[in-house]
Design a protein. Sequence first.
Length: 151
Amino acid sequence: MEKKTRKVRKGKKMLGIILIAIIAIIILVVAIVLIVRNVNNNEETTGEEQQSVIPLPDTTYSDMEVSNIYMEYLDDQDQTMVSMSILNTTQTAVENESLNAILVGADGEVLGQMQTWIQSLGVGEQYDISVILNGNLTGTQSIQLQKVTNE
């Protein structure tokens, strides 16, 4: 009789171990599925963010090189930010110079503009600048920078 009781206990222990193993496998599978979904969601968000930054062609301003021109639509604020680098390739330093940043569309139409300024830019120095305009101006194909003359 004692042998039979031991077999039953061994069988119950084995059944308990199998149930614990099955539950652990289920928990592991659910955790993996949740992690994979989270990674995919993060990749989609990153892709959308990368698409919202639009490169624009290089240009010039008063014989200076203007490069690294990027446009980004700030959806939560309904504004468009344009960033660029101006490299003073001239032989003259620039001090307190106002300029217009003009955003030009595909058909040459002006989509928006904003006045900004360069505080100080020595010969051979680079000046990084950003301007923010209201609205979605991501239809911009190029940017023009024009010196503001005080007449």
